[in-house]
Structures are given as C-alpha cells and as structure tokens.
Design a protein around this ligand. Structure first.
Ligand code: GUN
Length: 268
C-alpha cells in the first residue's frame, strides 16, 4: 500500500470503560496491527461517558478519510445502547461486520456483506486449512451471541452445513451436540462442554475466552468453554484456548482492514 499508493491502512479502535478483558483484547489487536504495518488510532472513553460523546467519536472516524476501519470494543457499559452505536459505524468501515446491514447481507443467499465478523471468519478459515470439509456436515453451535454464535451459524449455512444453534433454554444440549460433525462453542462458561458431549471424530472449535484464577493462585489465565483434556481424546481435531481461534480472529481483523482500504482506493 505504501509503495503503491503512498497510504498506510489505518484502524480506529474505541474502548469504553475499564473491563480487564476488553483492555487485553484491544492491546492484542493494536500490537498485531503494529506488527503488520497497519496504523492505529485509539480512543478511550470513561465508563460513565455519555452516549452522545461516544456517537461523536464514531462519527468523527466515519468522516475521517484516513481511517479505513472502525472497531468499537464490545460489550459496552450497560447504560449505552450497543445497537445504536453499531448502527452509526459506517458500513464501509465496519471491519467487525456487526452492522445490521452487513449481518443481514451475510444472512441472505446471493448477497455479499462488506465484512464478515472476525471470529466466525476465522473459524471458516481454519476448517478447510485443516482438511475439514463443511459442505453436507452437521454443525452444532452452542451460544447465539451477535459476535460469534449468530454470524457463525450464518456462515456455516453459506458453506452448506446443516446448522443447529443451541442456547441456555435448550434441555439436554449434550444429546444434539453428540450427533454433530462440527461443534462450535461460545457461551462464556469454563469447561461447560465435556468429552462425552462430543461424537468420536468430530471437530471442536472452542471460542470461549474466560478469564479464570490461575491454578497456581497467582493472577489470572484464560480458559475455554470446552474441557480440552476430555474432548481431545474423542475429537479428530480441536482448537486449544489460548492459542486456537484467538490468533486467527485477530488475523481476520487485519485482513478485513486491508480489504477495507483496498476497496476505498478501488484496488479490488
Ligand atoms: N468483544 C469480544 N470480541 C469482540 C470482537 O471481535 N469485536 C469487538 N468489537 N468486540 C468484541
């Protein structure tokens, strides 16, 4: 980009409040951008900021031609209307792919969103790279969040899997999970999925990133939603936490940002 058109891609990140996990995620994202030559601009607002302040920050980035991607780290503090904020992010800079029009276009066959959310995109990237075919497979997604569960279900359907989405009101989720060829988990409860939920030879993608007390008693560590020690004995492939889907998700953010700047300069 620099030698071709004299421009660096630039990503704007917005962080509101003091959540430890959000700070960690933003730190990782900024570092990854730095490593690949994507410039960043970060805006940090206090926990008790007004909605109008946040909307102004996002609108400023929308209007700035040198910003090619905008990421508002979620979740936002309770008093802020998350949907309203996401709605304001410019469609063409929505590198998280959370804008309702991008999600809507992901849901409709034949349409193409500007961006696909990073974690689901990473999941789809991983499967074929590890020789896992999606077409015709039975996939179970545990969790229906707008960040992971919902867009992953749409993306897997696009790739011709038969998809079931399970959630907290499902009785005996292990029954249907144990029939799946591909299991994607994102519920935010450490080790909720046990080895006996998994069909022999199934592929397990653990999207959980739970900060739990370190067994040594010092500090915190990250744990997934799947009991890895049990599931690894029955699965044909499984992503560990940390180090599984997380780094791929970050790569997809970099890839979306690059796509965005290329589109802005008519290079795709
Ligand atoms: N919070 C947890 N994951 C994500 C993500 O991928 N994007 C944003 N904006 N917030 C998140």
């Amino acid at each position: 980009m620099k030698s071709g058109i004299g421009k660096f891609p630039r990503l704007a990140v917005v962080l509101v409040g003091d959540r430890r996990d959000s700070h960690t995620f933003i730190h990782i994202k900024l570092k990854a951008c730095d490593q690949v030559g994507i410039e960043t601009v970060a805006s940090q607002l206090p926990e008790n900021c007004d909605e109008s302040e946040l909307l102004d920050v996002v609108s400023g980035f929308n209007e700035d031609p040198d910003v090619h991607g905008i990421l508002v780290q979620l979740p936002l503090p309770q008093h802020l209307d998350e949907e309203k904020i996401i709605n304001v992010v410019s469609l063409e800079k929505d590198v998280d792919g959370f804008h309702p029009l991008n999600i809507g276009n992901l849901a409709i066959r034949g349409r193409k969103p500007f961006f696909v959310p990073c974690a689901p995109k990473g999941c789809i990237e991983l499967l074929p790279r590890h020789g896992v075919e999606i077409k015709g497979k039975r996939a179970v997604i545990i969790g229906r969040s707008k960040i992971v569960g919902l867009p992953t279900s749409l993306l897997l359907q696009r790739h011709h899997a038969t998809v079931s989405v399970l959630h907290a009101y499902m009785k005996n989720p292990e029954h249907i999970t144990s029939e799946a060829d591909i299991v994607v988990v994102d519920v935010g409860v450490p080790n909720i999925v046990c080895g006996n939920w998994i069909k022999k030879g199934a592929v397990v993608i653990d999207m959980g990133t739970n900060q739990v007390k370190d067994p040594s008693g010092h500090g915190f560590c990250v744990s997934g939603d799947v009991c890895f020690e049990e599931a690894v004995k029955v699965a044909s492939a499984i992503t560990p936490v940390p180090g599984g889907v997380g780094p791929v998700t970050i790569s997809m953010l970099l890839s979306n940002t690059l796509d965005s700047v290329k589109r802005a300069f008519g290079m795709v």
